[in-house]
Design a protein around this ligand. Structure first.
Ligand SMILES: Nc1nc2c(c(=O)[nH]1)N[C@H]1C(S)=C(S)[C@@H](COP(=O)(O)O)O[C@H]1N2
Ligand SMILES: [Mo]
Length: 326
């Protein structure tokens, strides 16, 4: 439970990850939470519900091709749920906050810097990145450490295609992703004690796995800001927090980078964060998950090892103790 959570906020609106933000500015938080509670009953919120298309109006269509790496057979989560039930702490800690607050994220001009163990540092313009490879439609399962999940038709290409352009040195064993951070734009970041910018990382072989997706869109159009515009990473066999949004820097490193959630609570959020029903979170089971958007009686699913991607990724962890390396 969040300390001092006002009773008019639905508990499903507040994330267990947020509970771990130890030095929340309590007064500011309470003020914001009260405001969010008021909005939940107010006219803007109703307009949002009755006109879900409004959220899509500004997005642009992307040319896409079919990908054999797509996961089929499961009902897609609706565009509305994918874009209104988000974790993006720079824009607030409630699930509905990013849709309301991320509008000001300036997604053009946008560059992605490449640094560290590379032949030479590079800067890519987002529009050049969009044209680097054909954009694929890839339906992936998406599972948050908070035990909810979605099925999302992402648009992008394998991150390995990007790495090929970067000429990493043989000493590069890890990749770090840093998100956009500007405290004048991401004003809500100050509600947390997170050490910004948001940082995540992968071992090089994980990053090079074809499933690791450099992601520019969803449902055939550019990413809405709340989902990490204009470019994010998606790592479908890991808990959602590994998938950094709105990436501005990619660093190739010799040593394992620090990562945001691991900094916050090392005993709860490991570096690997592979979806693993056999390793409970210290405060809840990971055996099942709640599929967002389905009727209540159909929501609970068994969580699959590596989120169902064992055939593609189990080889990466041969000989590792996944209880210790969680
Ligand atoms: N920059 C940034 N990236 C982030 C986060 C964040 O707060 N900031 N949240 C992570 C978490 S906890 C999850 S579950 C996913 C959620 O992605 P979605 O909102 O598109 O479903 O984004 C991840 N990437
Ligand atoms: Mo998450």
């Amino acid at each position: 439970m969040l300390i001092g959570k006002p009773p008019d906020i639905l508990s499903s609106e507040i994330t267990p990850q947020a509970e771990y933000l130890k030095y929340l500015n309590r007064r500011r938080f309470l003020r914001n939470a009260a405001a969010a509670g008021a909005v939940a009953l107010g006219a803007d919120r109703l307009a949002e519900i009755f006109d879900p298309g409004a959220a899509a109006a500004d997005e642009t269509k992307l040319q896409t091709v079919y990908s054999p790496l797509t996961t089929t057979g499961e009902q897609l989560t609706s565009f509305y749920d994918i874009t209104h039930y988000n974790n993006f702490y720079e824009f607030g800690v409630n699930k509905s906050d990013p849709a309301k607050n991320a509008g000001g994220l300036p997604t053009r001009p946008w560059t992605v810097k490449v640094e560290g163990k590379v032949k030479k540092p590079l800067t890519f313009d987002i529009d050049a990145l969009l044209k680097l490879r054909p954009l694929e439609n890839r339906v992936y399962r998406h599972r948050c450490v908070e035990a909810w999940s979605m099925v999302i038709p992402w648009v992008g290409y394998s991150f390995s295609e990007f790495v090929k352009q970067c000429d990493p040195l043989p000493s590069a064993r890890y990749v770090q992703f840093l998100s956009y951070y500007n405290r004048h734009v991401d004003k809500w970041a100050g509600e947390t004690d997170i050490y910004w910018p948001y940082s995540e990382g992968l071992r090089m072989d994980e990053a090079m796995n074809p499933l690791t997706l450099l992601t520019f869109g969803l449902y055939g159009q550019t990413l809405p800001n709340q989902d990490g515009a204009p470019v994010r990473i998606v790592v479908p066999w890991k808990y959602g927090f590994k998938s950094a949004k709105s990436i501005v820097t990619v660093r190739f490193l010799e040593k394992q980078p620090h990562t945001t959630w691991n900094d916050q609570a090392p005993t709860e959020y490991g570096f690997y964060a592979n979806v693993n029903p056999n390793v409970d979170h210290p405060r809840w089971s990971q055996k099942t998950e709640r599929r967002i958007g389905l009727p209540f009686y159909k929501q609970i699913r068994t969580t699959l090892m590596f989120n169902g991607y064992s055939d593609q990724v189990a080889y990466l962890y041969k000989g590792m103790d996944l209880r210790k390396n969680f």
